[in-house]
Design a protein around this ligand. Structure first.
Ligand SMILES: Cc1cc2nc3c(=O)[nH]c(=O)nc-3n(C[C@H](O)[C@H](O)[C@H](O)COP(=O)(O)OP(=O)(O)OC[C@H]3O[C@@H](n4cnc5c(N)ncnc54)[C@H](O)[C@@H]3O)c2cc1C
Length: 392
């Protein structure tokens, strides 16, 4: 694989190659079965996926090896996310992993939740969004009232990915202190009294986990269940966004790679009207445009990963991560739409990779901040950090 302008060392190349083999040999063959089953694979198949990922050394990528992770750099991690992105139905969600917020957790929390998560025994879920607080987190109404030995949490969280199967929730709540609101993340055991899933709606994609609505009614937690300190929620949230937006960008780049692979092969083999359809510019030019998008998106995404590893000013990295997410998610969905068109009627079959991507990639323009929010972050960066720093 050509690596210019990123000179990958042997370790990065090895990680990338293991992730590629796993994606092609383990994930690709399961996609159609996952789609037919509405995203839910049989338990024994899920165990096989976990075992294969563990044997390939792909679990807990960014987490410390001390706790069962791999200690990857952001560049190494982005290269793996790119491979995950080539597959549909999010089967890679079964690869044992956990949110980055555990980097800020106490040793006790780590042993209780992170270590079993990286062994593939439990899952975690991240609950920030509410009915009236999506793009605007300042509207969060979930509160954590101080008690004698901790906090009492009340609120309702929407769209909690993996909330249906997670053993532990990381919940954003406002600690009320002298009338001030201090956004804080709390670790809440799913089995704690007062926790209830009140809705588990169907969504556009066929993915392994749901995105339920969860209510927290006077849930008692101890002071030790806060992560990153009281009032530290916004900083951890920004760290989460950086990782998630970069991950989405890398996966969208992978999706465009797979889409173009499959569509170019099809269009080069399909004959109609006496010619290969690839020889019709109405078919081939949109694919050429998407190839340019994919190559440019890949450069931007890997640049952001490399800058994050190098410790460049986080505010600049955040701005560029937003641009990467915006560019790749908008273009990946358009690429899927173009590929569906090139496949003709076959492009409308759920057995077709382009059809699945067309549904699955749509949410990448919405979650972890909509495209409009990424534009707002980008504009703020242009003004405060300067155009040159945002572009170069
Ligand atoms: C499948 C799925 C999984 C999700 N998983 C999680 C999860 O695990 N945890 C979690 O906490 N959340 C999760 N979310 C929530 C997701 O992050 C939000 O849906 C998203 O941030 C948008 O918020 P909203 O839905 O309230 O839309 P709104 O904020 O109400 O936005 C509606 C529209 O208005 C636009 N808009 C809003 N504000 C502005 C503005 N200032 N300027 C211009 N346009 C604006 C938006 O771009 C959008 O087009 C998930 C969502 C989905 C669909």
């Amino acid at each position: 694989m050509d690596e210019i302008p990123f000179q990958l060392d042997d370790r990065a190349r090895d990680i990338q190659s293991r992730a590629r083999t796993f994606t092609e040999d383990v994930l690709f063959p399961l996609e159609e079965e996952a789609e037919r089953r509405g995203g839910i694979l049989p338990d024994d198949v899920i165990e096989d996926v976990k075992r294969a990922a563990t044997e390939a050394g792909l679990t807990g990528g960014l987490h410390s090896p001390e706790y069962g992770g791999q200690g990857w750099s952001r560049m190494e991690w982005a290269l793996v996310e790119e491979q995950w992105g080539r597959s549909t139905n999010a089967i890679h969600w079964h690869v044992p992993n956990a949110y980055n917020v555990w980097h800020h957790a106490s040793e006790e929390q780590i042993q209780k939740w992170l270590v079993p998560a990286l062994r593939g025994e439990i899952r975690d879920a991240y609950a920030v969004t509410e009915r009236d607080a999506g793009s605007d987190p300042s509207r969060i109404a979930t509160v954590a009232e101080p008690t004698a030995d901790g906090f009492r949490i009340s609120g309702e969280k929407w769209f909690v990915t993996t909330g249906d199967v997670a053993a532990v929730y990381i919940v954003m709540a406002n600690v009320i202190d002298d009338g001030r609101k201090l956004p804080t993340l709390f670790v809440i055991d799913r089995d704690a009294p007062g926790v209830e899933i009140i809705d588990d709606p169907a969504f556009t994609h066929s993915y392994p986990d749901g995105h339920p609505t969860i209510v927290f009614r006077d849930v008692e937690v101890s002071a030790d269940d806060a992560v990153g300190g009281i009032g530290g929620g916004d900083d951890l949230q920004r760290a989460w966004f950086l990782e998630e937006r970069l991950g989405i960008a890398a996966r969208c780049v992978g999706a465009m790679w797979r889409l173009l692979d499959e569509t170019v092969a099809w269009a080069a083999g399909r004959e109609q009207g006496g010619s290969r359809i690839l020889d019709y510019q109405g078919v081939s030019f949109p694919l050429a445009d998407s190839a340019a998008d994919a190559a440019a998106g890949r450069l931007l995404t890997l640049t952001v990963a490399e800058m994050a590893d190098r410790g460049v000013d986080l505010k600049v990295v955040h701005g560029k991560a937003s641009m990467a997410k915006l560019f790749t998610s908008e273009n990946a969905w358009r690429c899927a739409d173009r590929c569906v068109q090139a496949f003709g009627g076959r492009g409308y079959l759920r057995s077709n990779v382009a059809e699945r991507f067309l549904r699955e990639l749509r949410v990448d323009r919405i979650w972890e901040g909509t495209s409009e929010i990424q534009r707002l972050v980008t504009v703020r960066g242009l003004e405060r950090r300067g155009v040159e720093r945002m572009l170069h």
